[in-house]
Design a protein around this ligand. Structure first.
Ligand SMILES: [Fe+2]
Length: 477
């Protein structure tokens, strides 16, 4: 990979954060790491709910250099709400990477944003060890598997965190998955296995792997046959028999970025292809469809006749300045017939929604409700937020909604009642932020009657910037 010579690189200024909707207001990054015990609870936190809700998201440590592309640029910050015996405590910590450590030493951003055309820093900027190295951005998601808490990046090495979400270090899985994993692994609740994939700029371009319930790698990175270039793939789906990957035509060209161009190109003429990868390692089957983009799946499951169903949020294109066409968003139920090589799609709802989640105890099996962050249209909102939560039951078309007055919301996450398989006895939770970013809330909504809104609101007297993905980590696991 050749970088631009120093004298050819553009002089980059700092991004105007106040003018960027993902760096201001409820998205404005925070710098301070705080610990706030004994928070005020309005309503009541169930005494049987004990654990922590952790959520990751982009939170640039310093004002970005050259460009800022939400949700791909940033530094990771994990926000943690501990719930114990009806009490609540909040804390937050950066996910610390070598690049962030060096930037803190210098007191400024050193790595240009990926759309800046600035390439990668050379030895004069960052010294020999980090020169020409892509910085880690473990800011997308946080999961726990086999007792290991991982802050996850976009198809790269995750970072391992301690239970109090301090950074332990880069996770290489004992060298067995050296290039990293998706930010959206899927954990099979029946087998305890964690399924992952990784895309890369060079052959084989796309691999998948499996970690066993003890965290050991039971399938080393396995190339997905039939892939001849590098596609950006943000999420995946899992059924009891297959891994499903959507190859939307968003191509990656790091060489173009290194020479001052865009690393991403949208090529709708290529269509979107769906790979159905048997979990037993059998031959990959492909289904071709018209071009669409998706950030996130909700879930997938097998039908008795060999077809499979995937619920996901579909876009006409990925945005990010890559298309001038208007963009619509829909919750889609796709039924894929790998034998016939076709897919049929049904629109569950056409609305501005994101962050679809289910009760993860149903991952890979037929689910009941899908929760999403939704925009009511009462105000203009930046991408990646909502002012309502919607719940869909695709099996009968039911839709419920709770509208959050003036608060801005992120991803809803399910928490089960301990020892109780009934999803109606669980709760949905999320962080919510005041529009001006002055303070924040942790909201707990009963799954039995979600449209009635929170049964408990925890006031957080600092800004929890709107972010990406999180999970409830119960104490007893
Ligand atoms: Fe995501």
């Amino acid at each position: 990979m050749n970088a631009l010579p120093a004298h050819d690189r553009p002089a980059l200024g700092l991004v105007d954060a106040a003018a960027d909707p993902h760096l201001s207001g409820a998205f404005e990054p925070v710098v301070d790491e705080v610990e706030l015990p004994g928070l005020t609870v309005i309503g009541e936190l169930p005494v049987e709910l004990n654990g922590m809700y952790v959520r990751n998201g982009p939170n640039p440590r310093f004002t970005p250099l050259g460009s800022y592309l939400y949700p791909i640029d940033g530094d990771g910050m994990v926000h943690r709400m501990q719930i114990a015996d009806g009490t609540a405590a909040y804390s937050n910590r950066f996910v610390r990477t070598p690049a962030m450590d060096l930037e803190e030493q210098r007191g400024r951003a050193l790595w240009p944003g990926i759309m800046s055309g600035g390439g990668l820093p050379d030895p004069a900027d960052v010294g020999p060890d980090l020169a020409y190295v892509t910085r880690d951005i473990p800011d997308v998601n946080i999961v726990r598997h086999a007792g290991r808490i991982l802050a996850l990046a976009e198809s790269a090495n995750p970072f391992c965190l301690s239970p109090d979400v301090r950074t332990v270090g880069r996770e290489l899985f004992d060298g067995a998955i050296p290039l990293g994993i998706t930010a959206h692994p899927k954990i099979d609740p029946v087998t305890g296995e964690m399924f992952v994939f990784c895309y890369m700029e060079e052959p084989p371009y796309l691999t998948w792997s499996v970690l066993g319930p003890d965290g050991g790698v039971v399938r080393a990175p396995t190339p997905v046959s039939g892939v001849d270039t590098s596609f950006m793939i943000h999420d995946m789906a899992l059924t009891s028999t297959a891994v499903v990957l959507f190859l939307a035509p968003l191509l990656i060209d790091v060489a173009a970025m290194m020479s001052g161009g865009s690393p991403l190109s949208w090529r709708p003429e290529l269509g979107t292809r769906i790979a159905i990868i048997p979990r037993d390692g059998g031959a990959v089957r492909w289904v071709s469809d018209e071009a669409f983009w998706l950030w996130h799946t909700a879930n997938a499951f097998d039908l008795d006749d060999g077809r499979l169903v995937v619920d996901y949020v579909q876009y006409d294109h990925p945005g990010m300045g890559l298309s001038t066409l208007p963009k619509t968003t829909s919750l889609i139920r796709a039924t894929i017939d790998p034998g016939a090589g076709n897919v049929t799609r049904a629109t569950v709802d056409e609305a501005s929604i994101e962050f679809p989640r289910i009760d993860d105890r149903r991952m890979g099996q037929e689910h009941d409700w899908i929760a999403v962050a939704a925009e009511t249209g009462r105000r203009e909102l930046p991408h990646g937020t909502g002012d309502a939560i919607r719940w869909y039951r695709p099996s009968d078309g039911t839709m419920l909604q709770w509208t959050a007055d003036d608060l801005l919301l992120g991803e809803p996450t399910f928490a089960a009642r301990p020892g109780d398989p009934d999803p109606d006895h669980g709760w949905w939770m999320t962080f919510a932020t005041e529009p001006n970013g002055s303070e924040s809330w942790f909201l707990l909504v009963p799954a039995a009657d979600p449209a009635s809104g929170p049964v408990a609101r925890v006031r957080i007297p600092v800004r929890v910037p709107l972010g990406l993905h999180g999970n409830w980590l119960p104490d007893e696991e």
